[in-house]
Design a protein around this ligand. Structure first.
Ligand SMILES: Nc1ncnc2c1ncn2[C@@H]1O[C@H](COP(=O)(O)OP(=O)(O)O)[C@@H](O)[C@H]1O
Ligand SMILES: N[C@@H](CCOP(=O)(O)O)C(=O)O
Length: 318
């Protein structure tokens, strides 16, 4: 899987003349995507990734593509979008929105060690700082409002003990979002899905963050929690690995020091990060989109992480 919209080299030959990339030489479908149709595109100027967006519309895309451009211009390692001769980053191809971005070197590191976690922490902090003057606004579309809207949709499908946990956690998170510490947290553009499969490494060298299509404006700490909940855990149990947690948090803190409000909010935020993905996985599992072709991710993985974050005191942020 999954190229949903087939595209041939002939299809892009004329289309690409609007970009300053020279002639298209090679186009290869990428099988691992689950959301969009992605292709490695080689042109006379170099290697790129062509994405045809299957679900996001022309109206929704500018926030994400401009954010990537903003970050790339400030030295953050993310794919840089290529504008066409009218200055547009999003252009129709086969009637769907499409974009070309620079190709990152390397591959995903699915068995991260402290050295990888440190690189992720430092780049995440740099990314948060670089996003401070990003002018476009969009809330995290998978934030508290979405949790509220989605919980009643999944409740009828899940057994009583899970329903109880879900309702209790939503209530806890509402109270948390209204507290004084939460209101002091720094907010800005966040990636919001910085899992192992959305970062490239060449050996121990981080070569980039990608897949910004869940990005939005939210607390920086939420981004840290989502990242720690994936990079720094034992995948079988969800238990945090002390060495990887320390490496990621210390590297982040060295670039953008955590505040005392963030320290107070940390455990609740780790819970929020787990709840967000438990809920989206429950939703995708019980209410798959029409024509969904993929096996949904396992919701119990994040239920386990949530229970673990509730039960075990969080390691200090600094
Ligand atoms: N800018 C990029 N540079 C290098 N590889 C990329 C880039 N963007 C995507 N890829 C490759 O394409 C795959 C699918 O991309 P992804 O954004 O995860 O797709 P989807 O959103 O459809 O799930 C990634 O796992 C990665 O191998
Ligand atoms: N990371 C999320 C799902 C989003 O998928 P992605 O491949 O686009 O990152 C999860 O694991 O539930």
């Amino acid at each position: 899987m999954a190229v949903f919209t087939p595209v041939s080299l002939e299809d892009v030959t004329q289309w690409i003349t609007q970009f300053p990339l020279g002639r298209a030489l090679e186009l290869k479908g990428i099988s691992s995507g689950i959301e969009n149709s992605n292709f490695f595109l080689t042109t006379e100027r170099g290697e790129y990734v062509l994405t045809i967006f299957e679900n996001l519309s022309f109206d929704q895309l500018p926030f994400y593509l401009n954010l990537m451009r903003h970050l790339a211009e400030r030295g953050i390692l993310v794919p840089a979008p290529v504008a066409n001769d009218r200055g547009e980053l999003i252009t129709a191809l086969h009637g769907k929105p499409a974009a070309i971005v620079s190709k990152l070197d390397g591959r995903s590191q699915m068995d991260p060690q402290p050295v990888h976690c440190a690189a992720v922490g430092a780049m995440l902090a740099r990314m948060h700082l670089a996003g401070q003057d990003y002018p476009l606004q969009q809330p995290n579309l998978r934030g508290l409002a979405w949790w509220h809207e989605t919980t009643p949709k999944v409740l009828p499908y899940i057994p009583e003990d899970k329903a109880h946990l879900l309702k209790a956690e939503i209530h806890y998170q509402e109270t948390f979002a209204a507290c004084a510490h939460y209101r002091q947290l720094q907010v800005g553009p966040v990636h919001a899905d910085l899992f192992r499969n959305n970062v490239m490494f060449d050996g121990a060298r981080l070569t980039g963050f990608f897949d910004f299509y869940f990005a939005g404006c939210d607390t920086w700490l939420f981004d840290v929690a989502v990242t720690v909940n994936d990079w720094c855990i034992d995948l079988d149990t969800g238990v945090l690995d002390a060495a990887r947690v320390r490496a990621l948090l210390d590297a982040y803190h060295a670039v953008r020091p955590f505040t005392s409000a963030e320290q107070h909010a940390w455990q609740a935020m780790l819970r929020a990060g787990a709840l967000r993905f438990w809920l989206s996985r429950l939703y995708d599992y019980y209410l798959p989109r029409e024509a969904e072709m993929l096996t949904p991710h396992d919701p119990t993985h994040f239920e386990r992480i949530l229970r673990e974050r509730i039960a075990t005191p969080a390691p200090g942020l600094y």
